[in-house]
Design a protein around this ligand. Sequence first.
Ligand code: UDX
Length: 478
Amino acid sequence: MSSPSFSAVTTTTPNSNTTHVLAFPFPAQGHMLPFLDFIHQLALKGLNITIIVTPKNLPIINQLHSTHPNSIHTLVLPFPLHPKLPLGIENVKDIGNFGIPPIIASLSKLEGEVIQWFQSHPSPPRAIIYDFFFGYTQLWAKTLNIPTITFCTSGAFSTCFFQRLMTNMNEFRNLDAVQMQDIPRCPSFHKDQYPSLFEKYKEDDSDWQIIKECILTNPKSWCYVVNSFYDLEGEYIDQLKIDLGHDRVFSVGPLTSSLGVNKRVNPDSDVGYGVLKWLDKCPDESVLYVCFGSQKLLTQPQIEALALGLERSKTRFVWVVKVEGSQWVPQGFEERVSDQGLVIKGWAPQVEILNHEAIGGFVSHCGWNSILESVLAGVMVLAWPMEADQFQNAKLVVEYAGLAFRLCEGEHTVPDSNELARIIDKSMSISENVPQKENVKVMRQKALEARNVGGSSLTDLNELVKELSQNVASNSNT
Ligand code: UDX
């Protein structure tokens, strides 16, 4: 239930001469970080942006806000209560993926407050940019008679795939595998590799019905913004345009913190910087970085198998371990590998680590942000997809783009340590000819070019800003 009192706070009032847009990020780190990077880009282009945020997520915006004190504003609204969410939970990082459906459902209740704020604003926004999970924002926009922009935190390939699954849910849910003949390269996936929100969908749960409705509504938005770029995903960016029936798909990526502000530093702590000093002492491309995103916790048997695999590979490593309760790496492991590797508990400065010359490979769950960050750092990935869009991302980088190896697969899989050691040793060895290493360096160059003057991503970003500033307000939403 939403709080009855209207307690919105805007920190500053946007200048009435510039284009003002409203932004609604989804409160999970893997979503907020690229969303805020995008907002940063819009602010650099002179737009005024008001971000809808609940109190506990405000610190995540601080850095961006202090970089653009005159053009970034916040609309702080109390987090609406939900029976499945303990009081005080406002971000997926505090509850795990289980919290995604209730958080999406809960935030739908901000509608009345947002509309009231908008209608009393002296210079209201002319469009709403919302996270892919918040399709219901389109109803708000309809009431306000302004267009919507869907921001996809996943890549174009996985977005195409997920949208088709959700649109044809009854047909696909009964199949053990699916092959999509009408998407380039006819990708096929076993049901264990389906996106979690499709696989876990519960027909009789109203939170899940809201999610489904959101995904089905997204194609009605005025445009899509995708954190991707043509040289990596051109055929799927084009496919999205075909699927949507118009050309308004702006691929503006890779958006990452190397663009400027908004470092991926945990607002709660900045542990982990000692690792950069440790890396300074290691030879170029000799270290394997191991991290499974912002929220994935490995099980104890997985931690043990990975520990043994790393040790046996004799490869230098930095391993970011996110743990719960009494979970930890095997006893004696840290002492045994003290010359070989570092274990970081909690949060690491991932982008800075990946861009260190000592890093030569990245064991990743293939979260889309991690994939883009590895590309921008020119670091090959050893893929262990687990859930969400990660199987689609892994297929893209392993099979289609040749930027990665497959190391392991599955949320519950406990890998064989010897096999891990073998793959790690082979791929990290300087004496081996590893085409993935070269390919990712070439892709890095293309990513940088995409963001440069004349590049596809900067051109799309400029086009979008132009549309927002000049034309969008006169267009209808659908
Ligand atoms: C989730 C999904 O799992 C992912 O597949 C989807 O595309 C986005 O939402 P997450 O699992 O957190 O994201 O992975 P990822 O997309 O890789 O994003 C993690 C972000 O947190 C990256 O930007 C990474 O640099 C940052 N991070 C993570 C750190 O900076 N330090 C850490 O210790 C862990």
